[in-house]
Design a protein. Structure first.
Lengths: 355, 264
């Protein structure tokens, strides 16, 4: 028996063995079999045993689905919610969760697999051609729509009632105005806030979260402190947002004075304690992955790396500018204070920043 | 018989000394709120611990760190690292080191707790450094606030160790390890000694109360469950997205290929 034969022989509505069992009337409305396409018979088309086997397989898939649905229902009541189970890869988690999810998923999966298997093995697989309908509606349908529109226009009196027509046109013309007005929210252009932070002369440096003043002798070599200006909480209260926190965050690091290769200003450190902005100059991520042995500071977002022993210069990654340094000293009580504000804008570049 | 008696006396003495040393450190701490340098080293009965540590050091550590801990080309000097640093490195199995590399990894410890304390006591005699925090000091975490710890953790620790303490990559093959296996004592020691790339968080700038809160937060993180299972390392959207794209889409593609395949 050959597997390949002419398409015209494969689909014959009168042939009980090969055609779908539909009335002749319905069969003529179905898409017509494609002409000139090679068609291969499946084993289930030619071998009744194979067809019977495929039928049993499909039934088995549907049966499996029923089984898992029943497992779902039973385990919903049978497994206590608190029971934990250890599953490899997944870890320790709720047994009920796992069983419910798995059984429900498999129940619907097996319906799908059964349906696909049925369609592929047993349903007719003759190549069909279905002509696309014309997009343009019939002339009388078009005419009907146009007539309806004209009747509507006449009945509404939009031609005669000038007051209504004009006021409607006015309303429609004005309606886009809010969208134009809202463009104003793109501005106003920032004034000083991109260039200035809260840091200024004699402002105490305090630890973040705990807000304690810091004495230099409490910082051993290799120590890292996330710090803020002492008035940060008042500023936050006043401004009602966290913008200043995002700008004024600094890192304090102590290294051996002989390890410091360069700084952004003469003696901007205090006995080896240097303060740098915590905001990455690339796109402004908070950056604190400090490696105390290399003095490298790594940004977690895009791996920009800065050398805090060498003026905060970028040595790797997309950041193009150095991390701004804050000049520090101590007040008469021995607490660390800023000597002045940042001398360059912190954080990422912006249009008006200049070089 | 004389040998046996000596042996028993030695064992008894070292346990007693340990207990005494811990008591001294904790009382001293509550008094001055400052880390006490190994005061116990000055006490005569401490000597047996130091002697034992000296023997262990000569055998297991001196080949890299030098016979007197002065350091060699293979290992840094241990003068001034303190007992806490030794206890951290040895009890986490990082020392003795298996092989040199960018990062020394955690493994099963080679010394038991007693030997570790002996080594720590001996190395502490090289120079002043952070002492092992007292049991009281470490156990303070049980009374600390989780939410405060979370805030401090996210400000001071999460950038390297990840929001869930899962660790993360640093530069040139270095990485911040996961905190899943770290004991409260080891976490405390890591903060005051700054092992490997980690900076120091001294008790003066990150107070013992803050440290207790951080430890509490890490303990809560480690025991918190994953209701859905499969935390994917708690690394966040990167691993989750990767699994979804590879496994999720992969399965869908396999089904699509199967549905479209020609049947014989």
């Amino acid at each position: 028996m050959t597997n390949k034969f002419d398409i015209n022989n494969t689909f014959d509505p009168d042939n009980e063995n090969q055609a779908p069992k539909v009335s002749k009337e319905v069969a003529t409305k179905l898409p017509t079999p494609a002409k000139g396409v090679d068609h291969y018979l499946r084993r289930t088309d030619t071998d009744p045993k194979a067809a019977k086997r495929a039928e049993r397989q499909v039934a088995a898939f549907f049966g499996a689905s029923s089984l898992f649905t029943l497992i779902f229902v039973v385990s919903f009541f049978a497994i206590p919610r608190e029971t934990k189970i250890a599953v490899s890869l997944i870890g320790v988690t709720s047994a009920q969760n796992i069983v419910l999810g798995t059984s429900f998923g498999l129940a619907i999966l097996f319906i799908g697999i059964g349906a696909i298997h049925w369609a592929k093995k047993l349903m007719p697989d003759v190549e069909m051609v279905q002509e696309r309908k014309e997009m343009k509606p019939a002339d009388e349908v078009q005419q009907e729509a146009l007539d309806a529109f004209r009747v509507g226009a006449t009945e509404s009196g939009v031609g005669q009632r000038k007051l209504i027509r004009r006021s409607l046109l006015g309303a429609l013309a004005l309606f886009p105005l809010p969208f134009v007005v809202m463009l104003r929210d793109l501005g106003p252009a920032p004034k000083g806030e991109l260039r200035k932070t809260a840091w200024q002369e004699d402002l105490h440096i305090v630890t973040d979260i705990t807000y304690e003043k810091i004495r230099p002798e409490d910082i051993p070599v290799g120590n890292l402190i996330s710090a803020m200006p002492e008035n940060i909480l008042e500023i936050q209260e006043e401004e009602g947002n966290l913008n200043e926190r995002g700008k004024s965050a600094i890192l304090l690091v102590r290294m051996r004075p002989e390890d410091i290769k360069s700084q952004q200003g003469p003696d901007w450190d205090y006995q080896g304690i240097v303060a740098y902005s915590k905001i990455c100059t690339h796109v402004g991520c908070p950056i604190a992955l400090y490696e105390q042995r290399t003095h490298h500071l790594l940004c977690p977002c895009h791996q920009s790396t800065f050398d805090l022993a060498d003026s905060g210069q970028p040595i790797f990654g997309p950041a193009a500018r150095r991390l701004p340094q804050l000049a520090i000293t101590v007040d008469e009580e021995g607490y660390l204070v800023a000597r002045q504000g940042f001398q360059e804008p912190i954080g990422p570049s912006f249009w008006e920043r200049g070089a | 018989m004389a040998n046996l008696a000596k042996f028993r006396r030695n064992r008894f003495a070292s346990v007693l000394v340990l207990f005494f040393a811990l008591a001294v450190v904790s009382i001293g701490f509550s008094g001055v709120n400052k880390l006490v340098t190994p005061a116990a080293a000055k006490i005569g009965s401490e000597e047996s611990l130091v002697d034992k540590g000296s023997a262990l050091f000569a055998e297991g550590c001196s080949s890299c760190h030098g016979l007197n801990g002065q350091g060699t080309s293979d290992g840094p000097t241990l003068a001034g690292v303190g007992a806490a640093s030794v206890h951290f490195q040895v009890s986490t199995g990082r020392m003795p080191m298996a092989a040199p590399g960018a990062q020394v990894m955690r493994k099963a410890p080679s010394y038991n707790e007693e030997e570790t304390l002996a080594l720590a006591a001996y190395v502490a005699t090289f120079g002043p450094g952070p002492a092992i925090p007292s049991e009281e000091q470490v156990n303070e975490w049980q009374n600390a606030s989780v939410s405060e710890g979370g805030e401090l953790f996210r400000t001071n620790c999460a950038q390297c160790h990840n929001f869930a303490g899962s660790g993360g990559a640093l530069t040139n093959g270095k990485y911040a390890p996961s905190l899943g296996q770290a004991t409260p004592l080891q976490i405390y020691e890591a903060m005051i000694t700054g092992p490997q790339s980690m900076p120091i968080f001294s008790d003066e700038t990150l107070t013992p109360e803050s440290k207790a809160a951080i430890i509490r937060y890490i303990q809560e993180l480690n025991k918190s469950e994953n209701p859905g299972g499969m935390d994917l390392g708690r690394l966040g959207p990167v691993t989750e997205g990767l699994v979804l794209w590879v496994v999720g889409l992969g399965v869908l593609i396999i089904f699509a290929v199967w549905i479209g395949a020609r049947v014989r």
